[in-house]
Write a protein that binds this ligand. Structure first.
Ligand code: NDP
Length: 329
């Protein structure tokens, strides 16, 4: 038996609780992992609270990420004792996830823990950190370099945003951080942001084209915020869009794309190919100040995950939440 968070649905009502689970109930997979850490991402909070239909099968162990040690393997690429990381692949949505002491998955979903990260640090970054790195890779792929001009990052005090601010600043970009929490200005400045913008300034409907400001953007918000950012891109600027914290809509015009050659680059972490994942983790290892990572982290115990999920959706969590599932290491 092992401990885990379980989401169930009875009479159309979804609920999450801590349970003792049987190893026999683990899903199919050729690698069993003793989970050391998981994390709370925005999507996990949606799943736990039932705010959006993230969970596709019941009962479900949430947790779209985990790090841990291989306990049993029928996969030639992984041996007992290997330290591994999993991000995405629908885990915690359609396949039992990381908020439990054991997980069983196809080995092709796992990547080796990237040096120099510990299992805790890897989950300190988690999907949010790895997605921030995917956004940086997308900016670079589309030709953005620090000399082209400033980069704007939305949801800057959240998970994806804070890692993006820290990474881009270390890479030499001038970063403008957009936040709904001006009280986090000092925190964002400590990550390297040179300018703090209040979210409200960018949240009202604007003109199809605004003054050219940004060479690049990392947007976790969507909605009017993303539309306004597109309108304020410099000629041939690049916007990476990865989130919907402000909404699913995109009330924009085509003007920035056809008149300024702006690129809107979508970023998805869930099904990204393994090679790109490994590259993103390699870049986190190289381009993120590991000492800053600690300032982004709040560690909670597995049994606290259910209570913290609503805080995350309310935008009250700074940086990243790492969930201690196994003994501390
Ligand atoms: P967090 O909850 O850690 O951060 C989200 C941040 O967004 C908040 O901290 C807040 O930052 C900002 N925010 C909250 N509400 C609004 C709003 N109404 N309008 C604008 N900004 C708002 O979440 P994550 O960083 O983990 O995820 C951010 C987004 O990215 C989510 O939508 C998530 O689903 C998506 N995502 C997508 C991935 C992909 O593969 N495409 C992978 C990972 C995440 P502040 O207070 O600073 O304004």
């Amino acid at each position: 038996m092992f401990r885990g968070v379980l989401i169930d649905k009875q009479d159309g009502q979804q609920s999450a609780s801590m349970q003792m689970l049987s190893e026999d109930s683990l899903p199919e997979g050729d690698v069993t992992v003793r989970v050391a850490y998981s994390t709370l991402n925005y999507k996990d909070a949606l799943a736990i609270t039932g705010r959006s239909p993230v969970v596709r099968k019941f009962p479900m162990v949430p947790g779209i990420d985990f790090s841990g040690t291989v306990e049993a393997s029928a996969n030639p690429d992984f041996a007992v004792g290997d330290q591994v990381v999993l991000n995405g692949w629908g885990v915690g949505e359609g396949h039992w996830g990381g908020l439990a002491e054991l997980a069983r998955v196809p080995g092709k979903w796992l990547i080796p823990l990237q040096s120099p990260f510990t299992l805790r640090q890897a989950m300190g970054l988690g999907t949010a950190g790895y997605t921030a790195a995917l956004c940086v890779l997308a900016l670079e792929r589309h030709g953005v370099t620090p000399d082209k001009g400033p980069i704007v990052v939305t949801g800057a005090a959240g998970g994806v945003g804070s890692v993006a601010v820290a990474m881009l600043s270390k890479l030499g970009y001038e970063v403008a951080a957009v936040t709904g929490r001006p009280q986090e200005a000092e925190f964002l400045t400590s990550l390297g942001a040179r300018q703090i913008l209040e979210r409200a300034e960018l949240s009202n409907p604007g003109r199809p084209l605004e003054k050219e400001r940004w060479a690049g953007a990392v947007d976790v918000a969507g909605g009017q915020l993303l539309a306004n950012i597109c309108a304020a891109m410099r000629y041939r600027g690049v916007v990476t869009a990865c989130g919907l914290a402000a909404g699913m809509s995109l009330p924009a015009t085509v003007a920035p794309f056809i008149l300024r050659g702006v690129t809107l680059a979508g970023v998805d972490s869930v099904m990204a190919p393994i090679a790109e994942r490994i590259e993103a983790w390699r870049r986190l290892a190289k381009d993120l100040d590991i000492h800053l990572l600690e300032s982004l982290l709040r560690e909670i115990a597995l049994e606290d995950a259910i209570a913290v999920a609503p805080e995350l959706l309310a935008g009250q969590v700074r940086g990243r939440v790492v969930v201690r599932v196994g003994p501390s290491r």
